[in-house]
Write a protein that binds this ligand. Structure first.
Ligand code: ISE
Length: 342
């Protein structure tokens, strides 16, 4: 392992990027924050000013190219990910890119191909549920055979609120993308078909916003995954996943769930403990473990966790999901052969 700490630059310091910058500086071993970049230069300067020796660099591509930056976290909006990840690949720098990898399948595939051409894996995608201790245990239980063959997975994913201007397809691309990755992760299989249903919408969203949504994924081997997405439940953040095998089931996230009392009484629901409103609290440990794993692997010259291919496959499934939402029909998911390094 390299003796030097990994010098990290963070591109995009909105809610998630600022959280990661703070994490690198305060909670991650073997790494230090050296630079940040954001189109809002005041925001970048404010954040940089909170830590010693951190520079705000206006141009994100200049941050990537900077010779004081060894590795990059990208937490900018998805529509600028392609050029920023490509820049990391061109400079041979490890990159942790927040989801979605990109906004459309072609650009995600271009990143997979560019990484394969470079002959060295460099991209980890920010599907942090794979690092959440409960999801890790659930995956272990499935892989150990303890519950027999995996037959069904049921996901619940509820957010308290969403920003103004939220649209129905963002539920698929920004929220359901996590369940897409969870399904592929648990089954070690691709998703063959997706149907997104639109039940009676909540009156809390503007007219025309389809919330909640219920998706059915048919896995390549025939198993079914259900995913409820409800992004304005007005109460708190609830995410859980139940895997059902031939002889038993396992749930991740039960201790963070409202179950019977969500929405009853003042100040949000509770069940044993409290239900946070914010995903950064629910998944704080997962983010810490994810970023620590990325730093450790980068210092070894490796990539662990979700790859560019996982990010690409998720983009393809979500694109099919948005088509299904619009047409009200199942849509098949087609993936090409996975590119390999020459
Ligand atoms: C957000 O971007 C996330 O990634 C959260 O994990 C998810 O729960 C939320 O719905 C997304 O908007």
């Amino acid at each position: 392992m390299a003796v030097q700490a990994l010098r990290v630059g963070v591109v995009g310091v909105g809610m998630m990027g600022a959280d990661h910058a703070e994490r690198i500086e305060r909670r991650i071993a073997g790494a230090s924050l050296v630079a940040v970049s954001d189109p809002d230069q005041d925001r970048a300067a404010d954040l940089a000013g909170r830590f010693d020796g951190v520079r705000a660099i206006a141009d994100p591509l200049a941050l990537v190219a900077d010779d004081q930056v060894d590795a990059v976290i990208i937490a900018s909006p998805g529509f600028v990910h392609e050029e920023q990840v490509l820049a990391c690949l061109d400079h041979g720098k490890p990159v942790l890119c927040e989801k979605p990898l990109t906004m459309d399948s072609d650009s995600s595939l271009r990143l997979v191909e560019a990484e394969a051409r470079g002959g060295r894996p460099l991209v980890q995608v920010g599907f942090m549920r794979r690092f959440d201790p409960e999801y890790v245990q659930l995956k272990r239980a499935v892989d150990s055979g303890a519950i027999g063959r995996l037959l069904l997975v049921h996901n619940t994913h509820r957010n308290k609120d969403v920003p103004e201007g939220f649209r129905s397809e963002m539920i698929v691309r920004d929220s359901m993308v996590h369940e897409v990755d969870v399904a592929r992760f648990l089954f070690d299989e691709e998703i063959a078909e997706i149907t997104v249903h639109s039940p009676t919408p909540t009156g809390a969203q503007p007219e025309g916003v389809v919330d909640p949504q219920v998706a059915l994924f048919t896995m390549a081997g025939g198993a079914i995954v259900t995913s409820e997405l409800f992004v304005k439940n007005q109460v708190g953040y609830e995410v859980r996943c139940e895997a059902v095998g031939e002889r038993g089931s396992v749930i991740a996230g039960a201790s963070w769930s409202g179950l019977y009392s969500t929405g009853i009484g003042e100040g949000g629901g509770s069940w044993g403990g409290s239900i946070p409103a914010d995903f950064r609290i629910r998944f704080e440990r997962a983010y810490d473990l994810e970023v620590q794993a990325w730093v450790d692997a980068s210092r070894r010259g490796e990539v662990v966790g979700p790859t560019a291919w996982d990010g690409y496959a998720a983009t393809v499934v979500c694109t099919a999901g948005m088509e299904s939402l619009a047409k009200g029909q199942p849509v098949a998911v087609e993936l090409p052969e996975r590119p390999v390094a020459p």
